[in-house]
Design a protein. Structure first.
Length: 201
């Protein structure tokens, strides 16, 4: 079993999302003794944001790309290959300002590729090309977004679900570490997330 584990939080030691996803990996490993984990730590190795030259290279037919264009898309090609190679994807991230940290959005930009991870039929229907993947998304937020007055402000989970569906992945399990800064919930936010992981397995 090949697991791609994307880590996002810049808090390398005390991050609630990192702690919870580490527990998740432990539980997966207990079920799959042959598990091979590939870690992509976007906090320590952030991906470059797309520029105009790279985008033009994406839309240039492969046989027509020159050396500079091939160099420009190399990172994207590697990330797409990495995604295809995994059986299970684990995304471990905080929610910042209601949405994705920019380093995680950059990853989605690199792997959302016409002709590689999605395509269009002759009739114009879009089809995702990434299939048979299970995704666990561990998401930590300072406020409580699973219910209550801030529920409608959560832009993280709808984006991740839609972006993955766009490339063909629909089997997505969200695990929330909800309310890590809220005085009413911070003491139980991580323990409840860890309990959720225990129940899943």
């Amino acid at each position: 079993m090949n697991v791609l584990h994307i880590k996002v939080s810049p808090d390398l030691a005390g991050s609630a999302s990192r702690i919870a996803s580490a527990r998740l990996i432990e539980k997966l490993r207990s079920r799959h003794h042959d598990l091979h984990e590939t870690v992509l730590d976007l906090a320590q190795q952030p991906l470059p944001h797309l520029d105009a030259f790279t985008i033009r290279a994406f839309f240039t037919p492969p046989e027509a790309r020159d050396e500079a264009q091939r160099d420009a898309i190399r990172t994207s090609e590697q990330r797409v290959d990495q995604l295809f190679a995994c059986d299970t994807l684990v995304i471990s991230s905080p929610m910042w300002n209601l949405g994705l940290p920019s380093v995680l959005k950059a990853w989605f930009d690199h792997i959302t590729r016409a002709g590689r991870t999605f395509a269009f039929t002759p009739e114009g229907t879009k089809v995702g090309l990434v299939s048979n993947k299970k995704v666990y998304c561990v998401m930590a937020s300072g406020s409580v977004f699973a219910h209550g007055p801030f529920m409608q402000d959560d832009q993280f989970t709808p984006y991740v679900r839609a972006a993955l569906a766009y490339i063909g992945i629909s089997d997505v399990q969200f695990i929330r570490v909800d309310g890590t800064h809220d005085p009413l919930s911070r003491a139980r936010a991580l323990p409840e997330a860890l309990e959720t992981i225990e129940r899943l397995f």
